[in-house]
Design a protein around this ligand. Structure first.
Ligand SMILES: NC(=O)CC[C@H](N)C(=O)O
Length: 294
């Protein structure tokens, strides 16, 4: 693969336009039919970008219109996954999804929800994302799509946004609690493991990840001011949990177990951030859910 960089590219084919983040570079090109926007390689000439896969040993550094067209038609058969791009670690999710071979589009406007096969609610700050969804007129359309069966994966703040209930919601100056989009029948507790300084990493057993013929390796999970799941509804499956050690201060002698990854039908949520560690299996699981294979 050629030296890579990540750039959002809009490619127009027929009457539809898709934007995705691409990681492979292309050359200067004289064709004018396909891309709606030129991509400029940092420090390099203007060019078009698309993912041409591994071009092989004889690759001369050029991408032809045929390559581009082929790349577009291959990519078009991959699911299109939106990432709510109002705040949070959008770029990290984009990389993870792209590494799994699916197409990515940032979502900031209601119209951008229309063509999606799946949606990611990223990690970030749930109170901010909550406010911005309303400012951007996205709240109602998001709720509609989630309740209408669109597969959604939420990490950390995204898990909070998917939860039906928050045990300890933040309140605005008028005392109104933060809102969630809901859909997932769980109650979450925000910042449950403590403050920023209490962020931690651990290995987790995570069911449903093993690919055929592979061992179920634990997931290296990063928790950053993470929520935990305090209640799960009947239809919700717990995929991973952490065990809290006994806590003498609170007179808790028995270790306690808290759910940190859950799934209910088309909705998947984790308290931690697979998008920041290079872990791809959770995004792969989500893509299998979109395809109806998991
Ligand atoms: N890393 C995260 O996404 C943190 C979530 C944050 N504590 C919130 O409540 O939104």
């Amino acid at each position: 693969m050629q030296e890579g960089f990540v750039f959002p590219i809009t490619v127009v084919t027929g009457d539809s336009a898709h934007t995705w983040f691409t990681s492979s570079l292309v050359r200067q090109s004289s064709h004018n039919a396909t891309c709606s926007r030129p991509a400029r390689r940092p420090g390099g000439p203007a060019g078009w970008a698309c993912d041409v896969g591994d071009p092989g040993p004889n690759y001369d550094g050029k991408v032809t219109l045929t390559d581009l067209t082929q790349a577009i038609s291959t990519t078009r058969t991959q699911p299109l996954i939106g990432i709510l791009a109002l705040q949070g670690d959008v770029r990290e999710h984009a990389r993870a999804i792209e590494a799994c071979g699916a197409r990515v589009v940032g979502v900031r406007r209601p119209g951008e929800l229309a063509d999606l096969d799946g949606l990611v609610l990223p990690g970030g700050e749930s109170t901010t994302i909550d406010k911005l969804t309303r400012i951007f007129g996205l709240r109602e359309p998001l709720v509609e799509r989630i309740h209408g069966g669109l597969p959604v994966y939420g990490s950390c703040a995204g898990m909070i946004l998917l939860a039906n209930d928050i045990a300890d919601p933040a309140r605005d100056m008028d005392g109104n609690p933060q809102q969630t989009l809901g859909g997932l029948d769980i109650t979450v507790r925000r910042n449950a493991f403590g403050r920023q300084v209490d962020s931690f990493e651990t290995e987790l057993q995570f069911s449903a990840l093993a690919r055929a013929g592979e061992a179920d390796e634990p997931v290296h999970a990063v928790f950053i001011r993470a929520p935990w799941v305090e209640r799960v509804g009947g239809a919700v499956e717990v995929l991973a949990s952490v065990e809290l050690p006994p806590d003498g201060q609170n007179a808790r002698i028995e270790p306690e177990v808290r759910a940190v990854a859950v799934r209910s039908q088309h909705l998947l949520a984790t308290s931690f951030h697979p998008e920041v560690t290079g872990e791809r299996r959770i995004h792969e699981l989500f893509i299998r859910m979109i395809r109806g294979e998991a």
